[in-house]
Structure formats: structure tokens, C-alpha cells
Design a binder for this molecule. Sequence first.
Ligand code: FES
Ligand code: FE2
Length: 408
Amino acid sequence: MTSVEERVDAPETGEDHRRWSSLYPELGKGPIDTERFISEERLDEERKLIFSKSWLNLGSVHDLQGNNSFFVRDVALLGVSLLVVQDKAGKIQVFHNVCSHRGNKLVWEADGPCPYQFACRFHGWGYKADGTLASVPDEEEFFFEGDLPNKSTLGLVPVRTEVWNGFIFVNMDKDGTETLLEHLGPLGESLQDFPFDTLELRYRYDVPDDANWKVILDAQNEIYHLPMLAPLHRFLGGGAFSTNEDGYTRLYDFERLGIHTVYTSDSDAEWVDTPLRTAMANLHPEYNVVKLPNRGPFVFHVQFPNMVIGFLGNFMFTYNIWPVSVGHSVWEIRMHYPKAKTLADRVCQDLMKVRFRDLLCEDVTGHAALQIGLTSKARPEIVLGEQEVQIRSFHKNVDDYIARSTNV
Ligand code: FES
Ligand SMILES: [Fe+2]
């Protein structure tokens, strides 16, 4: 347990901050091309060589309603609909959401308890929660004989599924051999003992976003913009992070965790608070005390390729950024909190939700503006500073992953 006050004098926030480029010389210092954000060919590569091969997070057990429930996740980039089922015994398995008869999309509801059978709307074939084909109307008229497909071979098609700390992942590469733990690598190890099970999913937003998926991630994967983006960031967010004497935010720490990354920031001791935050502190004497066992009050993990696990104070946010086309994505935002014990807990959580949501609304407008500028091709490159090292690292990870996949 670390209070904000105990961490504010961290030396890394001083003038000795330009060290990431020397610590990770492989990242370089040069600009990166803008083509990666606007090119159809590049998205096609990402579809084939990243999203069709890497472990992808579809959400968590919180998106289910417990044993014997389901949710559906359509992944537009891959042209698939996936049915995530938790059976009566608690086992979670993902299937292609496709009827084996003539290929109808099987389940059209977003989520809910498992029905007696998942019944196809076209001709009524019924499937159990374990994917087996249980009933075929007018079965005698089918040729379930000899070597022909029959009821035992016409169950739902499973997708490689693994669950880590409640997070549900799939891998669409049926020939792939990498396990989820191997994929998560040092990121998984660093969060393995985190008490995820003490948090509850309280708010979820699925935001249509007019930007390339990497533009969205990059815009979240730094705190450089916090004191500048106006009006909300400047008012609600900027002062919450450590700054140098000129008011520019400073990373507290950054680390490459295999193909994933983490960065942290501290809160600023000299921060003149907003009335909202002052009200929250008055409501709750321990408001500024970080109780979750974290690296600090703000921690931002990028779980390659398109997920973020972040912590701000005592709540966890996750992002799943799903490309739809080159310039369009869906930004899934989930906010998780420890169980509220008092009314004051609950009010603080709701106020934090509003504050965070408003900041992210301002970000969405910014994402679209970035995409417009990049698409114009006015400049062939973007430039990154030392305080944007995590973006540089992300793009190197993307490039390396594509190169590796190409050579397999
Ligand atoms: S397509 Fe599903 S029952 Fe015919
Ligand atoms: Fe922002």
C-alpha cells in the first residue's frame, strides 16, 4: 500500500528523465511513418499476421452472468462472430457462432443465460452449451450415415480459448502452438498475483471511433497531452500527474515486458485540486490512498496487440481497441472497482466514472482529428519525444511481430 504522498519525490520525475532512449537503444529516436495508420495494405497485413495469429482478449468473466451463461463478440476485422459460453460447471469455451447446417449466425442476442439449447432461427437446429449438436428437426431426412457428417461431428466449431485471471482470450490460429501464458510472458508474470477477483465491472462503453486502432492506442499510451488538451484534460486531468517545474508531465517508469509494455506516472504533490476532487476527498478521507497493490497511482499496461489494463487510484480500466477498417474502430472501455462498502465509496466511484468518461469523450474527438491529419498525407512521418517512448516501443513490437509472422 503506497500513499501518493510517499511517492511524489521520485527522482525519475526530475531533470534526469531523458533516459529511456539510452536504456532501450533498439527503439531509436527517429520518426515513424504515417502510412501505417492509413494504408489498406498495412491493415491487411495486421489482419493476417497479427490479429489472425495472436491471442486476443474478448473480455472477462464479468461479461458473463456466471455459470451457464454466454455473450457474443463479433470481430469485424476478421469477419467472425464468436460465441463465448460458460457451462454449468464453470468451464469457458469460445465457439464460432455459426450453425453447422447452412451457416446461419446462430445466436443473435448480445448476452444472457444459456437457453435449454441454442436454437438456430433458420431451421431450428439446437446446440448445447458444450457445443454439441443436440437436435435436428426432421432428422430422418438427413444423411447422417457412413462417413458422411453426422450429429457427433456437426457440433459448434471451437476456437482456441484460454482464461487468465478471469480475462478470456482466443487465438484464431488453429495451428498455433504458443500458449496464452507464453504470449503474456513477463506482463502475465508481473500481474499474476494481482487481486483481480476483488474488482467488479461497473461501467462499460463501446465507442465508435473514427480513427485507426493504433491512433487510438497511441493517443492513450502517453500523458504528454494531459496538460495541453483543452478544455477537459487541462481542467480535470493534467494536474493529477507529476510534472516538472515547467508543468510538463513526466513518466515515473517505463518497461518493455516482452511484446507488451507498462508505464507509470505519479501524482503531483503541488497539484491545486479541482472542486470535484476536493469534494471527493472530503467525502472520503482515504480517497488519495492507493490500496491496490500497484506500481503507483497510475499504471498503464499495453497487452499486445490491442488491449490495455490500466489502474488509476483504486480502480482498473481496460481498453479493447478493435479495428473495423483503416480509419474506423470500436473502443471498448470497461471500468472496474473494488466492491463499495459505504455510500461514500459508491459516490466517489460514480464521480470518478464521470470524470474519466468526460476525459475520454474529449479524447475521441482528438482521435478523429488525428486521423484526418494523417490521412491527408501532409507529412510522411510523425515524430516522438522521450516522453512518448511507450508509443515508439508499441510500433516496434507491431513491426517485429509482423516480420516474425511473415517468416514463419
Ligand atoms: S442454418 Fe441453422 S438450422 Fe439451418
Ligand atoms: Fe487523453
